[in-house]
Design a protein around this ligand. Structure first.
Ligand SMILES: [Mg+2]
Length: 327
């Protein structure tokens, strides 16, 4: 008998997708960062993110408000990934009846800070008892500004692949948490992601940007989704990725190679997008002028293969599949 770990997270999603009938109001169903829905003359973006104690967070190592911030920010990032504006959130919570009310309030304070920072608010949800641990499910509802949005598919041959910010700090922060290293800067990067909401909207308004998503599972794996959705290949040049001073320091102190953390660490919540090669330089310059956020061209779109290759070679173990143990 096959179980979830045999088919993997994405195999499981494929199986479920086949059971679902189509609807004329659904522009994009399962498979992108958000569902894209037609509601009269507007386009609405909806996404959900589930956060489980001892899978996604350990409460003995971080404050409840940090857990709340991250649960909300991770969900809002999927609205940013399509260039949308977050509007409303619903939060469902399962927790043991013995839980302290002050702990749950602190959790909600963290969620509400993230939501208020990114212009959204809780409008409802559900609560239920659990027999073991806390589960938080955040649903974010947003709007496509001017009915424009960016999908994962749409990259064109010759496009440059660009990432915002720097990668790997979140994964290093997780390494620090697991190993009891008190590295405040990196732990903050892990627990306080800042979804690129305004940056995503700005990029979405440019017709030269053809496809976009956020980086949650790790650059290699997420670029693989973008490449396969576009039915094209990406030639990744990982040596172009900048190593932030904090990451370089941490990796030096702990004998780690920063590259795997940057390529497959995940939870960076930066944006990765495909942009027309001829316009890339000017647009990235304007982007930097607007946001003071660095961007890096990390690859090129090709029709020579489908998926991600590093200088033409397949990366062996890429990203994090939630039902499979990490290699
Ligand atoms: Mg996403």
């Amino acid at each position: 008998m096959r179980c979830l770990s045999d088919v993997g997270e994405f195999g499981f999603i494929d199986r479920i997708s086949r059971l679902i009938p189509s609807s004329p109001y659904v522009i994009e169903g399962i498979g992108d960062d958000c569902a894209v829905l037609r509601v009269s003359d507007r386009i609405v973006l909806v996404t959900t993110d589930l956060c489980i104690e001892n899978v996604h967070f350990r409460r003995d190592r971080v404050a409840a408000s940090d857990i709340g911030w991250k649960a909300a920010a991770a969900c809002i990032s999927d609205i940013a990934a399509m260039g949308g504006a977050p509007l409303y959130c619903l939060v469902s919570l399962a927790c043991p009846p013995s839980e302290r009310t002050s702990y749950i309030e602190e959790l909600y304070q963290g969620m509400l800070s993230a939501m208020s920072r990114f212009g959204t608010v809780i409008v409802g949800g559900d609560t239920t008892r659990s027999n073991d641990g806390i589960s938080i499910d955040v649903i974010a509802i947003g709007e496509a500004i001017g009915n424009r949005f960016l999908r994962r598919r749409g990259a064109k041959v010759g496009d440059r692949i660009v990432v915002t910010g720097d990668l790997g700090s979140s994964a290093a922060g997780l390494h620090a948490l697991i190993n009891g290293v008190d590295d405040k800067e990196l732990i903050r990067a892990h627990m306080y992601p800042n979804p690129r909401v305004l940056e995503g909207q700005w990029l979405c308004a440019r017709s030269e940007v053809h496809a976009m998503m956020d980086i949650s599972d790790g650059l290699c794996q997420d670029m693989g989704h973008l490449a396969r959705a576009s039915r094209l290949g990406i030639d990744l040049e990982p040596e172009r990725l900048p190593v932030s001073p904090a990451l370089a320091r941490y990796c030096g102190e702990h004998g780690l190679d920063p590259l795997p953390l940057m390529l497959s660490g995940g939870e960076d919540y930066e944006l990765v997008f495909a942009i027309d090669a001829r316009s890339a330089e000017k647009i990235l310059e304007d982007f930097h002028h607007e946001f003071r956020v660095q961007t890096t061209v990390v690859g090129t779109v090709t029709d020579a293969w489908t998926g991600v290759r590093i200088h033409g070679e397949s990366p062996e173990s890429i990203g994090f599949d939630h039902f499979k143990p990490k290699g």
